[in-house]
Design a protein around this ligand. Sequence first.
Ligand SMILES: NC(=O)c1ccc[n+]([C@@H]2O[C@H](COP(=O)([O-])OP(=O)(O)OC[C@H]3O[C@@H](n4cnc5c(N)ncnc54)[C@H](OP(=O)(O)O)[C@@H]3O)[C@@H](O)[C@H]2O)c1
Length: 281
Amino acid sequence: MKIFITGADGALGKEMQQVLHKNSINYVASDLNQLDIADFKKTNEILLKHRPDIILHFAAISNVDYCEENKDLAFHINALGTYGLAIIAKKINAKILYISTNYVFDGSQEKPYLEHNATAPINEYGKTKLIGENYIKDLCTRYFIVRTSWLFGKGSKNYVPKFIADDKKSVSINVICDQFASFTYTLDLAEAILLLLKSENYGTYHFTNRGVGSWLDFGLKAKELMKFKTELNPIKVKELNLAALRPRFAPLASKNFEFFFKQNLRSWEDGLTEYIKSIQK
Ligand SMILES: NC(=O)c1ccc[n+]([C@@H]2O[C@H](COP(=O)([O-])OP(=O)(O)OC[C@H]3O[C@@H](n4cnc5c(N)ncnc54)[C@H](OP(=O)(O)O)[C@@H]3O)[C@@H](O)[C@H]2O)c1
């Protein structure tokens, strides 16, 4: 099994590399420095040279507000970049796994979103990621679309490293309290991706840890586990004047992964506990 990763230096990419390494699986890691996925000619050339069996497509502009302020660029990378990779995967008959997001939903549903629920993104990031999904579905047959939400883990820009840094200064920080979704430990996601890759169970999956919360809930749990002094001030999204709208309630419910792999996802609190233990070692 030969794997090619785009966006390999990102939070999920770094965790995936460790999981592949631990399982002695060959991979080629690439990120913006080596390969800009918006450059189709070069991407085509490099992938035709490597001819991987599997493309793990993680590269994206993942900053939601930056996408809103740079619509053309977000479209070029998140949507067209994915179009290019779908074409190449088809050409070399590789499996392709594309990471998408809960932001393809508008957040108006009162319960967690299932894989088949109707999409209706309300920001540019969600729109461009959904266009990417559609290119993959239209062009490839051997594909996995994995929608996930609010990643935390070793390489991610979540609140935990901020809590650690701020604790030394004993300051208080604002944490959003009125937006709700699912959290995902990157290690759990990377291990689930490996299971998917080894299978032929193609299609769309939701993968997150179990449970729903706000970033304030996440912060309070982290505070309980890490016992830091920093005070957490609840703040409403509206007060932050962010460029992009966010869905108010967009947790993901997973049916397909449990159906095929008979695995219960652990709770985000258990994932967070393990993550914090791993950084405190
Ligand atoms: N983080 C989340 O909470 C979350 C939630 C749902 C879905 N996702 C999706 O999950 C995937 C991985 O997320 P992540 O948190 O690991 O993101 P990340 O840390 O931002 O990693 C994405 C990587 O892609 C790189 N990249 C950007 N433009 C590129 C280009 N044109 N060509 C090649 N590489 C490029 C980025 O480089 P730079 O850093 O230099 O831009 C970065 O290293 C993304 O597809 C994201 O949309 C993330």
